[in-house]
Design a binder for this molecule. Structure first.
Ligand code: A3P
Length: 287
């Protein structure tokens, strides 16, 4: 497949038009959430796949059978890709649904639903780095000559799914309204067990210690990166080229330090301050 640099503005956000049509967005916006639905919302590269795996394991009581035999996109389908429509048909709950859509587009559909909403955020410097490598391997996204070039676009919000700042702030503003469970990639890294317990409590899924152990072991980066049901190696090479970069790349906090120059870091901090000071959200930049 040739590189597709057809990022279009659909419903006000930058999306690859070949992946997201106006119809697929309309489908998402009109989606009927049902009681028992669990919705994972995140900006790309923030730990979405990790959360899909954690939720799969929570709902299988730590049993790894489903997680090791069904691809993650079938167990936790994407709302905005119409080709998953069949998987999202009303049915036995709980349905785990995944989306990167911004709050402007999706919050109204969730407002009157009883779905449980989980928002996963990650510090934007690491998101930018991870996203840059994802653009290298994902042939359906434009390629960039350098990280510097990509970072500029990322800061300007001229990338797939638009501005990180707007995404995080927009959803965080819905925290009370939607009873949303907000969690960060860094919190999962720092204290997985604690985060897992909080998540189980939010979901109303009490777990035995042995089950928590199983989830914790299975969701470790080295284990997940070997699980073909979740590491995207089942996707044809011409769509995701793992020779360019692995999907499960490094899985650490602070890789941005290997990529940002001092000048880029200063500029980014300034931008972060400007954009985020009104919402009070803090991020952990290294562990
Ligand atoms: P890196 O590229 O920094 O390694 P998403 O699923 O939202 O696309 O996010 C992908 C990022 O999450 C990648 O980051 C990937 O390695 C990381 N990731 C996935 N599973 C992980 C895990 N179990 N532990 C830590 N990081 C994980």
């Amino acid at each position: 497949m040739d590189r597709m640099d057809v990022i279009e503005t659909i419903a006000g956000i930058q999306l690859p038009g070949h992946l997201h049509t106006a119809q697929s967005l309309q489908y998402a916006q009109e989606f009927q959430f049902q009681e028992g639905d669990i919705v994972i919302i995140s900006y790309p590269k923030s730990g979405t796949t990790w959360m899909q795996e954690i939720l799969t394991l929570i709902y299988s009581q730590g049993d790894t059978e489903v997680a090791t035999s069904v691809p993650n996109w079938e167990r936790a389908p994407w709302l905005e890709h119409t080709f998953f429509k069949d998987l999202l048909k009303e049915g036995e709950g709980p349905r785990i649904i995944t989306t990167h859509l911004p709050s402007e587009l999706l919050a109204p559909a969730l407002q009157n639903s009883k779905a449980k909403v989980i928002y996963v955020a990650r510090n934007p410097k690491d998101v930018a780095v991870s996203f840059y490598y994802f653009h290298k391997m994902a042939k359906f996204l434009p390629d960039f000559d350098s990280f510097t070039e990509f970072l500029q676009k990322f800061q300007d919000g001229q990338v797939h799914y638009g501005s990180w700042f707007q995404h995080v702030k927009g959803w965080y503003a819905q925290k009370t309204n939607l009873g949303l469970f907000y969690i960060t990639y860094e919190a999962l890294q720092k204290n997985f067990r604690h985060s897992l317990k909080k998540l189980c409590k939010f979901l109303g899924c009490p777990m035995y210690s042995r089950e928590l152990d199983q989830i914790q072991n299975h969701c470790k980066f080295p284990v997940m990166s070997q699980n073909v049901m979740v590491n995207y190696t089942l996707i044809p090479h011409k769509i995701m080229d793992h020779d360019q970069s692995k999907f499960m790349r490094k899985g650490i906090v602070g890789d941005w330090k290997e990529h940002f120059t001092d000048e880029q870091n200063v500029e980014f901090d300034k931008l972060f301050q400007e954009k985020m000071s009104d919402c009070g959200l803090q991020f952990v930049w290294s562990l």
